[in-house]
Design a protein around this ligand. Structure first.
Ligand SMILES: [Zn+2]
Length: 362
């Protein structure tokens, strides 16, 4: 592996990694960290990593013309309330999602058709950090690392390939050996392949591994950090099968991030969790495989940068004009239908994530 460069599988796309180090000052903000966007960039993941006790926000992403691409913009006196930051991020052209931010934060550019990646010099990012102490959000100080993962391809991607790495700890009776022979897992992968094929994405290499040290019932994604770090594969996305997810038998799955930290196993939140005790799996083993496949399709799509078609909590639609808020869309909030699909603009976002290798271009 050459410095500053990630290995890519034979594909039309390649990945370029730019790394920067910054320091959060007294106001909790880093200095502007600069990078150059090559003319063939088709998707970029910007991710900050640091202290697990600090909540991070990617802020002030501006292109060479000083145009704000992703917010929040720096505010005089700084933000002291994380919800204020969330509101600002959601108003910005390439908006981000409220979520777990402890230890890392990431955004995928572009995540809607209005955002253009303007190539050239002058791109800048700042990182903000908060600590929650005594019921208040206080500016955090100290060092922070910034990864800019640039996906390069000759033109806009129209088809791609996604590798998956499955990890088991015996939950639901699944180990590397039993999962390989399981009809439920086979049905899950068949459903996943069918759903992603509609978006032009084939499921490529699928690996099976035992990971006995993985928690059986993680109450937060942060509890999975050691398990994410145990993923030895340099590409694709890690999928972790646990008895319960986020402390509840009613939750079918969870994504480590929206988007997840791309092609960097071991970074906090670099994986997707799937529950083996989800009620649909236990009560309908045959349909259960398909239900698992629908859950995995949805969680992977969060990881690859898609929002719910409508977010009830924030009373907001996703930023894509061609999606309908209905069960026939994979990103419907609950009870996604068995034959759900992605819209063309959702497919375009998925194809831009660095974890998906490009196999055809426009
Ligand atoms: Zn969801």
């Amino acid at each position: 592996m050459a410095p500053g460069r990630l290995e890519a599988r034979p594909a039309l796309s390649s990945l370029q990694l730019v790394q920067r180090s910054g320091t959060l000052g007294a106001d909790g903000k880093s200095e502007p960290l600069a990078f150059v966007l090559p003319p063939d960039a088709v998707g970029v993941v910007v991710q900050a990593r640091g202290d697990p006790k600090v909540s991070y926000v990617i802020s002030d992403v501006t292109d060479g013309t000083q145009q704000l691409v992703h917010g929040p913009a720096a505010k005089k006196g700084g933000f002291t309330d994380a919800f204020e930051v969330d509101r600002e991020e959601r108003q910005s052209p390439n908006r981000a999602e409220l979520g777990e931010r402890a230890g890392s934060a990431s955004v995928l550019l572009p995540n809607n058709p209005k955002v253009q990646l303007r190539p050239g010099k002058g791109w800048q990012v700042r990182v903000q950090g908060f600590r929650y102490e005594g019921g208040k959000y206080l500016p955090a100080n100290g060092p922070v690392k910034l990864d800019v993962i640039i996906k390069r391809a000759p033109k806009a991607p129209t088809a791609g390939r996604l590798n998956l790495h499955l990890f088991f700890n015996g939950s639901g009776g699944y180990t590397r050996a039993t999962a390989r022979d399981s009809k439920v897992i086979a049905n899950m992968l068949a459903k996943l392949s069918e759903t992603y094929k509609k978006a032009g994405i084939e499921i490529g290499q699928v690996t099976f591994d035992d990971l006995p040290s993985m928690p059986s019932a993680p109450k937060s994604v942060a509890e999975m950090e050691q398990s994410f770090a145990a993923n030895p594969y340099p590409d694709g996305v890690g999928v972790y099968f646990t008895d319960q997810v986020l402390g509840s038998r009613l939750i079918a799955g969870a994504a480590g991030g929206l988007p997840g930290p791309a092609v960097a196993p071991g970074v906090p939140r670099s994986g997707v969790l799937i529950s083996t005790s989800d009620v649909r799996v236990n009560h309908e083993p045959q349909a259960g495989g398909a239900a698992l496949g629908t859950t995995l399709s949805h969680e992977l799509a969060h990881y690859l940068g898609l929002f719910h078609t409508r977010d009830d909590f924030m009373n907001m639609d996703d930023p894509l004009p061609d999606t309908q808020d209905a069960p026939d869309n994979v990103m419907f909030r609950t009870d996604v239908g068995a034959d759900a699909a992605f819209s063309p603009q959702q497919a375009a976002v998925l194809l831009r994530h660095p974890s998906v290798a490009v196999t055809a271009v426009a």
